[in-house]
Design a protein around this ligand. Sequence first.
Ligand SMILES: Nc1nc2c(ncn2[C@@H]2O[C@H](COP(=O)(O)OP(=O)(O)OP(=O)(O)O)[C@@H](O)[C@H]2O)c(=O)[nH]1
Length: 878
Amino acid sequence: MSKYRVYELAKEFNTSSKVIIDILGRHSVTAKNHMSSVDEDAKQVIEHTFARKTGPVEENKSEKQPINAQVNQPVDNQRQRPHQSQQSQQSTPQVQVQQLQHHQSDRQNVQRQQFSNKQYQPRGQNGGLPQQQRPFQRQNQSPQNQSPQQRQQYPTDRPNQQRSQQNNQGFSGGQQNNNYRSNPQAQANRLNQQRPQWSNQNQDRPGQNRPVASTAGVSQIQQTAHNNRPSNVRTDKQQGQHSQGRRPMTPHSSGPKSSGTGGQGGRQNQHQNRHIQNSRNPQANIPAPAKAEPPKPKVIKLGESISVKDLASKLGREVSEVIKKLMLLGIMASINQEVDFETASILASEFGTSVEELPPEEDPTEIPEIEDDPKDLVYRHPVVTVMGHVDHGKTSLLDTIRQTNVTAQEAGGITQHIGAYQVMCQGKKIVFLDTPGHEAFTAMRARGAQVTDIAILVVAADDGVMPQTIEAINHAKSAQVPIIVAINKIDREGANPDRVKQQLSEHGLIPEDWGGDTIMVPVSAHKKTGLNELLEMVLLVAEMLDLKANPNRAAYGTIIEAKLDKGRGVVATVLVQKGTLRIGDSIIAGTAFGKVRAMINDRSEKVKKAEPSAPVEVLGLAEVPQAGDNLVAVDEKTARIVAEKRLAKKRTEEQKQSQKVSLDELFKQIQEGNLKDLNIIVKADVQGSIEALQQSLVNLQNKEVRVNIIHAGVGAINESDVMLASTSNGLIIGFNVRPDGNARKAAENENIDIRTYRVIYDAINDVEAAINGMLAPELKEVIHGRAEVRQVFNVPKAVVAGSYVLEGKITGTSQIRLIRNGIVVHEGKVESLRRFKDDVKEIAQGYECGISLEKYRDIKEGDIMEAFSMEEVAQKPS
Ligand SMILES: Nc1nc2c(ncn2[C@@H]2O[C@H](COP(=O)(O)OP(=O)(O)OP(=O)(O)O)[C@@H](O)[C@H]2O)c(=O)[nH]1
């Protein structure tokens, strides 16, 4: 049995869900809300209710409407009238003969069809008047009713008579009834007008095409109507009839006198004339095709997310409908915004469409992980990282453990440092990562790698918990790695393990002997005490963790560290975590790929395979991977393709990152809408300059861009200014100050635009020009070198600065900027450049020289001389 949603019925009967729910409620059918489903019987109840409502309204209207009410008809209806008159001429003698022939058999059918039609007439609902069905039906039983064949002329013939027209007709229904009472032609016309409605409605509502009305009455009506309609598609004969019906639309017959609707004045004539012209032109007579409604699918397939626009198109709905529905669900989404699968599913169900989930899209830069069968998993050794505050004894502890547990027990000892090594305790191996704990957590975890099973937190018994101790605790906690505390330096005077325990308990690490669950072992790296106990505790925790891996599968591991070795090429220390890595395996790590050429274990032995938890040096990668990259053994082709894809992705990301704000690109970025806020860091020699600059720069903002001074300070531009500019995508303006060495390097790395000025108006003009897209830098400053003044000699006519070239070179033709404590104290030319007593053209890095400046004598020890020149740069095409 078919089911119908309340809202579907509401739509079908052109009313609200609430009305439907009320009606159902009165007939003891429970429907909670608009999404509730009801069966055929319930639908029939609604149909009957609306059928009852419809009749008397028609009747009332037809009875109460004055005959001359036509004058008040809406313009649309008035425009229809000539049309109606043309249609009315279909009631030609021919047609009437047909009508008479079919009259007896059709009479009842027409009556039923009218009844059926009325179910969908909106006007019935609008009336809301006392109901009497009979009078209306009697009217329709008039022998003037047309044959079913005639009715069939319309369904596909008048698509231009769409819903709007239906509504208009609904509005003027009573008038038409009056017409046909007084004018038989108008009666035929009225029926013709109604039929397309019926047909269009059926076409418009897919729901109505469902097998409906299981109860005998309704199905009979429908069946009868169907039987009387040979087909929904017009036959040639019917088309012929129809065109016959049109034939009377000649200039003669369509004249105002023959219109049958009374004189409608010039407008009607115009309309008719248009028709006359159109009838001469068969093309023009073809009605404009109705706007095709997109199909409404019952099921759609969706991925993890979809844009509102695409969802609307999949659902065959208008975007505005979808946005509106989302708003009703409490989600404000724009056309291009993505909605997740869940939201899209709820929304689709609101439209009566069900949703199937598509499998997640595969990332071409990822190699799918192999799911291990639990029965293939076997024990693996624990991997441990040592963390703690600086100087608390991490290195000493690791060294002592390594010496006592490796050198003593393994022949040959450790000759090779590979970043990770294994020690033995009670016949079991423990793998120690030799990288500083923080890096193991921060750098590697930033790359999504987690290699550590257990963290040993070293806390000096005499120093207690320090900032980096807390940092280490937080890192381990966020990685959900169990912590074992090694309270070190207990041999020292002033060592107070209890105080350490107290402090640690304040950070959530409660010692076992205090009723907590954190293992704390007092040790001394110097005295080698407590180390065995510490290792035993590591094994105990490892046992509790039940560490397992499948050795019989393709290898998966993490790069611990990697370097380029002169003799051996790329050397990567890998911790194998799953599977077994073998010589000859094709591998990929980050963007690097290659074949395992050789493997060396932590005892410098060449090995042919490395099983889970084994640290090995791997030779054979084509380029140096990054620490934290996953290493996966795959077939050669996949390794190459995925590496290429990763490289392309990396380049795109780098490109995106390097799109930092710069004055040269500023206008372009504003135009592209990428920049709404221009963040500026201002550094100057004195506070007064800062205030002046700040004020003037803020005043430059316009509708498109807002100027924010995110930091302003006195002094040289330093690294922290650059980092701030980098994180806030800002640029730096220096007035009479220069960036120090670190800042310059950082700015180069971070692609930060540093602009330095000696005239405040130049700075303002540049920024203004950049904002308005008029900055045309023709000259660019090129720094040639820097020299430090180490001694100052006063000689007749000059002051010679005995200097040492720190970087680059100083040439006799360079311009010199004299910088004292980061502040530019002078800009000028070199007067003389000497090495020992000889004049030279240039002095290279690492050499001493004597420099004197043109017309400037105030040089002091410690000053920096920056040699630069202004060079023309090619104009970038805009
Ligand atoms: N008395 C005593 N001194 C120790 C002990 N362990 C380390 N030290 C000393 O503490 C100092 C720092 O030791 P490191 O091992 O370098 O400490 P660290 O934590 O590795 O230091 P960073 O690598 O700088 O973070 C050294 O002078 C060690 O000799 C110990 O158990 N007892």
